[in-house]
Write a protein that binds this ligand. Sequence first.
Ligand SMILES: [Zn+2]
Length: 760
Amino acid sequence: MGTLLLFCLPLAIGAQPASEPIPSPPEIYRHLLALKPDPDRVARVDGLVLVREDARFQLQEGYLALGRPLFGRVQAAFFWGSGRFTFSPRDTLEKANLQRLFGTDTLRLPFRQLYLFFDDTTLQELTSQLRFSGGKVASSVTADLKYVFKYLESSQREHLPVAFVRSLLDSTASGLFYAHFSDVVFEPYFFEINPYSEESVRFYRRDLSTSVRYLKEIVCQYPAGKRAGSGADLDVLNYHIAVQIDPGLNFSARVQLCARLLPESERWIYFWLQPDIEVEAVSDSTGRPWPFWKGDNSALLWIQRPQSPSSDRPLCLTVKLHSKRLLERRGDWILLRSSSNWYPRHRFEDLATYQLEFTVPKQLELVAVGGLVDSAVVDSRRRMRWETEGPVRAVSFNLGEFRRRIFRLPGLPPVEVLLSPRAHFNAGRSLLRFRVLSGRHMDVQVGRDVVQSLRFFTRRFGPLSVPRLVVSEIPTFSGEAFPGFIQLSWETFQFTEKTGLDAIFRAHEVAHQWWGIAVAHASYHDQWISEGLSEFSALLYLERLKGRARYLKALAGWRKQILGARRSFLSRGMPPGSLWLGIRNESYQTRGDFYLVVHKKGAWVFHMLRMLLMDPVSENDSLFTDLLRRLYQRFQGRRVSTAALQALVEEVSGQPMDWFFRQWVYGYRIPAYRWASRIQARPDGRFNVQFRVIEETGSVPFRVPVLIRLVLNDGRSVRVRHWLEAGQTRFQIADLPARPVKIVMNDLESVLARFHKVGW
Ligand SMILES: [Zn+2]
């Protein structure tokens, strides 16, 4: 999502403002930007305390000026002097994250400037304790306000601007509170209570990796006691989108959407829309124009609804939009620069049905989510209609000079693979100059992995409900999956890769049809289930394709990456966060950790479950297979949370699993062990092996079911599962019929841990 440039921009209101005296988003932004301290209301401060949830602002000594009123209400205050911020999150997981990032679970930060914006009790607290009169406001306070606004603009997912607008539109106090404070101007911190967000308490720091951009990133985020609402205005039920694309790749569309208005809906309702898209007009079903606003380069479209449309009837809107930059040529490919935000969306998790119409130059092929119901070529243009078979979360399309190959296998939906021969021919010629060889019949190679993994997953997890699977290529280095529609990087269509990495990449996107699409994750905390299980499914496919050794080698490689993150000879480095943090694993200090943790460690967690549920002797996998089948059956068309997954694992395994999820999903630490062994020959000719194991990290008691394999000198192998419990250091494997010649600790990569062998 692009950065929102709310301020300093020419504002375009699309229709005449309504007569009701409610401020519009551009007015709100403009007034917010112009907000200044009021020199008539300055007070000396000596020991004032503001407490918001788990944060405490001590204004020890200095001055405080109230802001000038914003739409008749005082909603800001500015402090300069000396103060202290103390924060100790009550949420234990957030406390652990604070500990990981700052090395303490109670943060104390001094500040010299504090900027407050509020729609709560702050004003009463200030006016009841301070005596305001005319005074001088420090020039630095006014001068540094511009930075405060720059950070406001770059709010994550722009949720804060939405909260500000909603809060100011709401006549009752919403509870919004936002603090920007710093000891050093260029190293600010931020604390916020956003009543429109489920996790309303947020503490941020600055992204210090860059000196130019004013970016902040979340350190802690969790629910507070009181919440104003979901922040949602409506539930979109259906879209009818007619798209026109001309030979110059100019995009225009007429989007009709019908939605159910939610009880807490505001007069200005917002939609997310790619920043490059311009909106021409918004009207209702009678053709009456509605006021709207979208700032240049903003990802928010605001639409003002009339006073009181009946809330029991669906609200239908038509939005006309266009963009010269949404579609972009990359070599001989065409890139849709926003795969699922090219039409207005209110909440990304909403399910809706779609009718799509596309008119494109006839030499271009187009594929979209859904089924093709009609296609015709008239003059130089191709016209196509697509419809989704049921409600889906998002739709996308792909455009290019594609060649189509169809794979049909009994019992499976047909698989269509689209590739652009000309683009690959030209890319191949360029690559040859660097002595890089391109593959042949790449659509067949890709198609083979897609069909084989589709068949494998269908047998393993259960049949999909999609009538077809369309696979096409995009000019990026990533992949993306929609219902029955997969986009893969051009790269996987260019080269033949033999180690299995491409097989994992292709199968991962196929697996998303089960994990992520059919079974969706409940929140960002649970995204590891979709990504980790898709990655793990791809690994199962790799095992099927290339054998157990290749499967284990991939896991060992990922283990090294997870354990070695940012570690060097000199530094132990910042450890990766927990799976529970989801996307928040990505930070300026931990770039790439979303992929490392949510994909790789997520896959590892499913592997550990597999090992735990497997019979160590027969290697019978049926319990684990049963777990995945039940997960799919039970949650198909629904959302699964980490807690629900835990309950299912407990049901299948018949044992409590809280310890497992606490260690591997909610916790971020990874255990490390030193171990030694010695063999004892017994008088009766049999053998015992004694083990000594010491957990090195010590701080968190881990419980680990490790597999140990002993290779005996008569050629036989013995594998046992031993539970390494906290504090336990010695155990033995007794009564072996022959002398062990090899001891494999952590056989089959049974647990994600560091094992280091030492002498007895
Ligand atoms: Zn994925």
